[in-house]
Design a protein around this ligand. Structure first.
Ligand SMILES: Nc1ncnc2c1ncn2[C@@H]1O[C@H](COP(=O)(O)OP(=O)(O)OP(=O)(O)O)[C@@H](O)[C@H]1O
Ligand SMILES: [Mg+2]
Length: 239
């Protein structure tokens, strides 16, 4: 699947520019965090990488293949949970894999164990707290053992302790060999967890750099202002 190469991606629904001229290479290892203001196009970019959204122009290929391979999982900002047990929800992603019932059960329970929810397996998923729901969504994706995991603001509504737990799980998934690309508005989290940063603003990749360099020496004025919390909400496309 790797490298995944996006070239000159343009997404312009109803003639409105959401992404333009986006080039991005994703190699096989690590955690890349995409940051940028609200509306910058981060979620759209993840959806394009997942093969869920077709760009209006440009190309994406997965190691030379122009179809998204299997092996991609995405966790949305507000994961959909069915009105059924934690166990059932955790195993949903395995349905297309053709595993035996016993193997699917084993994998599901093992993954619930790893996110600390095995003791809740028989509970209704609707009883879970926000942090637990997010862990369940991660378990559902992790059970599929994806090569690439796309996470859209996985800790958006979580308190610091729940955030810490989710960051630990994300690190473990990476240690398992899964490539991770995620978005966050939590710059502390971006610093703690990522190997490199993609800074998106105004529908463009303004900067991409190893994490420590990005935060210590941002190259663009936009990135400097964003890190300081002073980037205007939306820069004009005429700039
Ligand atoms: N399918 C679509 N059709 C039309 N407009 C869309 C579509 N998907 C996204 N957009 C628009 O594209 C812009 C960027 O959206 P996106 O959700 O990617 O932003 P974001 O960077 O993830 O923002 P946030 O930080 O608030 O999550 C928004 O103005 C959104 O309304
Ligand atoms: Mg978003």
């Amino acid at each position: 699947m790797f490298p995944i190469q996006l070239s000159n991606i343009r997404f312009t629904p109803d003639g409105r520019t959401v992404l333009t001229g986006v080039d991005l290479d994703i190699d096989a290892e690590g955690i890349t965090v995409i940051i940028g203001p609200n509306g910058a196009g981060k979620t759209v970019l993840l959806r394009i990488m997942a093969g869920l959204q077709t760009p209006h122009d440009g190309a994406i290929n997965w190691n030379g293949d122009d179809n998204p391979a299997t092996g991609i999982a995405m966790v949305f900002q507000h994961p959909v949970l069915l009105r059924s047990s934690v166990f059932h929800n955790a195993g949903l992603g395995l349905k297309p894999f053709g595993l035996s019932r016993a193997e699917a059960k084993r994998r599901t329970l093992q993954t619930l164990e790893r996110v600390g929810l095995a003791h809740r397996a028989e509970d209704s998923a609707r009883l879970l707290s926000g942090g637990e729901r997010q862990r369940l969504a991660l378990a559902r994706a992790w059970a599929m053992r994806p090569q690439l995991l796309l996470l859209d603001e996985p800790t958006a509504a979580l308190d610091p302790s729940a955030t810490d737990v989710v960051e630990g799980i994300v690190r473990e998934i990476r240690t398992d060999g899964t490539r991770i690309v995620m978005t966050t508005h939590n710059l502390g989290q971006a610093m703690r967890i990522s190997d490199d940063i993609v800074f998106l603003a105004n529908g463009r990749v303004i900067e991409r750099a190893p994490t420590s360099r990005f935060f210590a020496r941002p190259q663009s004025n936009e990135a400097k202002l964003f890190i300081q919390g002073e980037l205007p909400w939306r820069i004009s496309f005429d700039n």
